[in-house]
Ligand binder design. Structure first.
Ligand code: LLP
Length: 499
């Protein structure tokens, strides 16, 4: 096989995906992907609120999740302000529940509370964090498609503001448990409006093929002629140990366009109006879930919270007027859009390896990674190994998620080289950033920063290959503290019973 030496500096590699442009300046920070307060200092090193990444590594080691507390608080306030302003004249404002599943620890619960938000949890464990942080139960919601009796008891012990009920069987269990305790459970019903949304697209289908929620379409299994959603409304509204607050839906995650949210809101409002009139009840609340997208790469263009809020408010205003109902109190549950961009993961570079790969399509394959095919044009792809990987960020493996990375420990004037940032796990799919241009002179010992890792990275982390989960530090106004300590070998071994 004949190989060509390289692509020319500054020229796009044929191995790169079409969306990935060669950055004009490899040291520049693409602002939408980073927390406010991230910059380069005069020496070219990445800093957060003036703290250099080499100093963070010295104090806390790598890999490390580095979070800006100010940025978290600012994004939480931005969501809250945007939605409260947009809905002020419709329903007096909006309750914003931070979706704790995206990233949760007691410090974050306190920030959420101090910024005037509430908390959405999805398990007894998340409730335990909420309780430890001391947030009032009235500001907490509990989700889950398979809640245990223990979780329902815990929700009642904590006097939760809402239990979001996912099925008729669960409604009966909540009613029974609350009844046995002589209490009333505050309940929302999670419905599936037949709208799926993902990033730039949404689809509306007649029926929802998914595990969550009460279907608004078709007959319930119990009562012909009633959907599961209606059967639940009928059962909940007459039940002495249930206070039915209203309806809930969540249509997906990492969504950029407001159309899917708007359609779901319209469907829920139609249903809410029909139920109020048929059963002579008032459903005072409507939760439209989370799912607002963030920028993981330069081609992601999330809309500002105010724009989404205004679009949704316009739909709710018009629909309620059309239906002749007063608008229910609206709530939302953003997770990723609050915490995602507050954090970058800091890694140290180890082994580097460059392979030569056929141009994509040379053998009809999309990847071009076809080995010896007799074609004579190949291109370099550099593998840059870091000291973490799929155990601290499984999203590329799970969802083909794209990320970006930057050389953090210094600036570089070297030419861009198409690189794949990979972890240290015994798995060839262990990719952190599939495609990114990094300076040609990246070497072992350099630090890389991967932005946008605040949501669903630490939360989904594992101990695969007995790697210790990294710690999380919060930086605020130039000082840093550990909010979740990294695991030690001791932690890894202390549940091994040795028998
Ligand atoms: N509310 C409910 C009922 C949810 O199920 C979720 C996310 C949210 C709110 C928050 O959604 P967000 O605003 O964060 O998009 N692990 C996947 C995402 C799973 C989302 C699960 N539910 C990922 O890493 O992309």
């Amino acid at each position: 096989m004949t190989t060509n030496p390289s692509t020319t500096a500054g020229e796009a590699s044929p191995l790169a995906p079409e969306w990935l442009a060669v950055p004009a300046d490899l040291n520049a920070l693409h602002e939408p992907m980073w927390a406010s307060g991230v910059a380069r200092n005069d020496a070219g090193e990445l800093t957060l609120d003036g703290l250099a990444v080499s100093e963070l590594q010295r104090q806390f080691g790598t890999p490390l999740f580095v979070m800006s507390e100010n940025d978290f608080r600012a994004r939480a306030r931005a969501f809250s302000d945007a939605f409260n302003n947009a809905f002020a004249d419709i329903c007096g404002g909006v309750d914003v529940y931070y979706a704790g599943k995206s990233f949760l620890c007691t410090a974050v619960v306190r920030w959420v509370e101090e910024e005037g938000l509430r908390l959405d949890t999805a398990s007894g464990g998340e409730l335990a964090v909420a309780a430890r942080a001391g947030i009032p139960g009235s500001d907490v919601a509990l989700h889950g498609n398979n809640k245990s009796d223990g979780e329902i008891h815990r929700a009642l012990d904590m006097k939760l503001g809402r239990i979001v009920v996912d099925s008729i069987a669960e409604l009966e269990r909540v009613a029974r448990i609350a009844g046995n305790r002589g209490e009333t459970a505050k309940v929302m019903l999670r419905l599936t409006p037949g709208v799926h949304a993902h990033t730039h697209e949404f689809i509306a289908t007649a029926h929802e093929d998914q595990k969550f929620g009460l279907s608004m379409a078709g007959d319930s299994t119990e009562q012909a002629g009633l959907s599961a959603a209606e059967e639940a409304v009928a059962a909940a509204s007459g039940h002495p140990s249930i206070e039915l607050l209203g309806l809930h839906c969540h249509i997906g995650s990492q969504i950029f366009e407001p159309d899917g949210f708007a359609l779901a809101a319209e469907k829920l409002l139609d249903f809410l109006a029909a139920m109020q009139s048929k059963y002579s009840i008032v459903l005072p609340e409507l939760d439209l879930g989370g799912g607002y997208g963030i920028a993981y790469t330069p081609v992601d263009t999330p809309r500002p919270a105010a724009e989404i809020a205004q679009a949704m408010a316009a739909v709710v205003r018009t629909k309620c007027a059309e239906l002749g109902i007063s608008a229910p109190r609206i709530s939302i549950e953003p997770g990723r859009a609050i915490v995602g961009s507050t954090t970058f993961t800091l890694y140290e570079v180890g082994t580097l390896k460059t392979v030569r790969v056929d141009a994509p399509g040379a053998d009809g394959s999309k990847s071009g990674n076809s080995g010896e095919t007799g074609k004579n044009v190949t291109y370099p792809r550099r593998y840059v190994s870091v000291d973490g990987g799929m155990s601290d960020n499984p999203r590329p493996v799970l969802y083909d998620a794209d990320y970006s990375a930057i050389l953090a420990s210094r600036a570089s004037a070297a030419a861009p080289q198409l690189s794949r940032v990979v972890g240290k796990h015994c798995e060839s799919g262990d990719i952190v950033v599939r495609d990114v241009y990094l300076p040609e002179d990246v070497a072992a010992g350099d630090l890389l920063a991967v932005p946008g890792t605040g949501a669903y990275c630490w939360a989904l982390s594992s101990n695969y290959n007995y790697l210790a989960r990294p710690g999380v530090v919060a930086v605020r106004d130039g000082s840093v503290r550990l909010i979740v300590r990294g695991e030690t070998e001791e932690d890894l071994l202390n549940r091994d019973m040795g028998v």
